[in-house]
Design a protein around this ligand. Sequence first.
Ligand code: FES
Ligand SMILES: [Fe+2]
Length: 459
Amino acid sequence: MNDFTRPEPALPPHRQVRADFVPQEDNTSPAIAQLERERLWPRVWQMACREEEIAQVGNFVTYEILDQSIIVIRVSETAIKAYHNVCPHRGRQLMQGCGSVNKLHCAFHGWQWTLRGELLRVQDREDWNGCSDMADRDLRLAEVRLGRWGGFVFINLDADGEAFDDFIAPVRRALDPLGFEEYRFGWYKTLLLKANWKTAIEAFQESYHVASVHPQYLPVVDELNKSYAEGQHSKHVYLFQRPMGAPSHHTTLPVPADLRAGVAGVLAAFRDWVGDAEGKGQVTARSAAAAQRVLTEVPEGTPPQEVMMAAIGFMLEAAHAQGVQWPRLTPEQTMAAGVDWTVFPNMGLVFAFDGCLVFRARPNGSDPDSCIFDAWSILRLAPQEVPRLQREFYPDWKAREHEIPGLLVQDLRNMEFVQRGLHSLGLKGLRTNPVQEVQVSHLHRVLHRYLYGDDELRA
Ligand code: FES
Ligand SMILES: [Fe+2]
């Protein structure tokens, strides 16, 4: 049977999402992947890159989503534009990867455009004399809508869709105080995973798995949390009924009277499990080192809540010594921000102190069991500390597991087994936790809005 005779995959019966139920076929069905290709990706805002990737005028990146490619390019110190990556002459793709140009040039017959997409040159233009739709304005590069928030650049292939400001408003409200636009890449990894793009995002949407998958945190972090929908997006918030540095309520251990080792241990755990060789990851190496001062400079008998305040003081001091500022968040702002966000549909942010892990997952062709997964660390680095951006690609991440922070490896190992399990005939559906896994069910609820046009969430 060849591609012309193979029948289209049948769309499975539509099962509704509930806070405690998600149909697993969303993550396994080729027909649903096809529906996403038609109804989600062409209509939704997607994070294309960080502004720092295109810091200079003429810097560009190409963002690929399925068979669409978009050029994101800085056209002045303040302006960034996005174009469909295609030549209006015979359709050659204009740019590949990333780089720097002073004009856009098609390598096939040499047509050219300014950075702002205006036509500069058509070879032998007089040959078209008398032809229609050949004015300069007809031959501009086709623009793609673009939005900017927190140092991230978003694109939307739908010329008439939702306004970016409406889309991003709930994220702005909660996360603007963190000032992500001041963060810089610590590291940038792209992996091919044998999992649906949603399975990959879902692995970072909840802390319900921490006790089982990341038990190394339990001695120093109480992961009691609640999750919430925020517009199309979602977040979860740690409740901190036990101070940071105290063991999880899932252990039988009491809150110790002396929290110095615990507080130093939290930062050490971030450094050791999420950091690269230099310790950069979800926090800066600078902060992880500064927090260790509580062990020697905070007196025994200091009340537990004050130990973390002292650690934060040391971290701020170390940051200020390098000329790096941190915003002071009120307790209300801290709770509104939470610790983990999903920006619909496919972007995750997991942050602490002065660093953040950014995740992005995209389908890898039409295979619902495969995705392209980006994992980035962005941090409040001093200018002299910002490493040269190196994009590392892992077509087979297991072969280079030792280059990936241990926490991610714990999650990655899990993910591909989840994807296999989702195909089991013995699985009736996913019983999502209605308190701690709202981000998972909400992702599917909003997805169904795009795929089926309904707004569902049955209690
Ligand atoms: S296809 Fe671009 S100039 Fe011909
Ligand atoms: Fe995890």
